[in-house]
Design a protein around this ligand. Structure first.
Ligand SMILES: [Cu+2]
Length: 195
């Protein structure tokens, strides 16, 4: 008979890690909480079985609506933006920033965060980072930015290379999605008028 204790031990460890991630993230009120603790298999790099036509065309990426809610500590900050693609498929493989030693990619599924190795950017589509959904997680901040500051973030794509974005630091509760309008002007274009 297989050893149930070993399986249970492994499972418990997975649960503990998941909870740690949720707790860490909840501390900055950026992520949808949720403490689901069942071990669905998380990351599974979707290998490019996309239509050949999608991958043949060059991707054409444009990043808009970037913002970073002001963090409460130097431990963690979340970042959001939309990557629009008017060309062929691409993949976001990593993110770096002058403000953090480490930036990780998270998605939220069923109210629970999962770290991702990469994110697909569909052909003629968009990769959306927004509250309660996908987000960038800045860890071990080099300093604590304040509202009005701008943070440099570099998004590294498999095909398009690196795109650099100047991300404005917004009030902690800032949420363009909540107002209903996602058709807001690109990037910092919308003057920083948040009620
Ligand atoms: Cu997160």
């Amino acid at each position: 008979m297989a050893a149930p204790t070993a399986a249970a031990g492994a499972r418990a460890r997975v649960v503990a890690l998941a909870l740690a991630a949720v707790v860490g993230c909840g501390a900055l009120a950026g992520c949808g909480g949720g403490s689901g603790a069942d071990g669905t298999d998380g990351t599974g790099g979707r290998s490019g079985g996309q239509a050949a036509a999608d991958t043949a065309a060059r991707p054409h990426l444009r990043i808009s609506g970037a913002f970073l809610p002001v963090p409460v500590t130097t431990g963690l900050a979340a970042g959001f933006c939309v990557v629009r693609n008017t060309g062929g498929a691409d993949t976001l493989t990593s993110v770096t920033s002058d403000i953090a030693d480490r930036v990780t990619l998270h998605r939220t599924r069923n109210g629970r965060m999962e770290m991702q190795d990469s994110f697909p950017v569909p052909a003629h589509g968009a990769l959306d980072f927004s509250r309660g959904g996908n987000h960038l997680m800045f860890e071990q901040l080099t300093h604590k930015p304040k509202v009005g500051d701008t943070v440099t973030v570099r998004l590294h794509f498999r095909r398009s290379g690196t795109l650099t974005v100047k991300v404005p630091v917004r009030p902690a509760t800032y949420n363009p999605g909540a107002g209903g309008a996602f058709g807001t002007p690109p990037d910092g274009a919308g003057s920083a008028r948040t009620p």
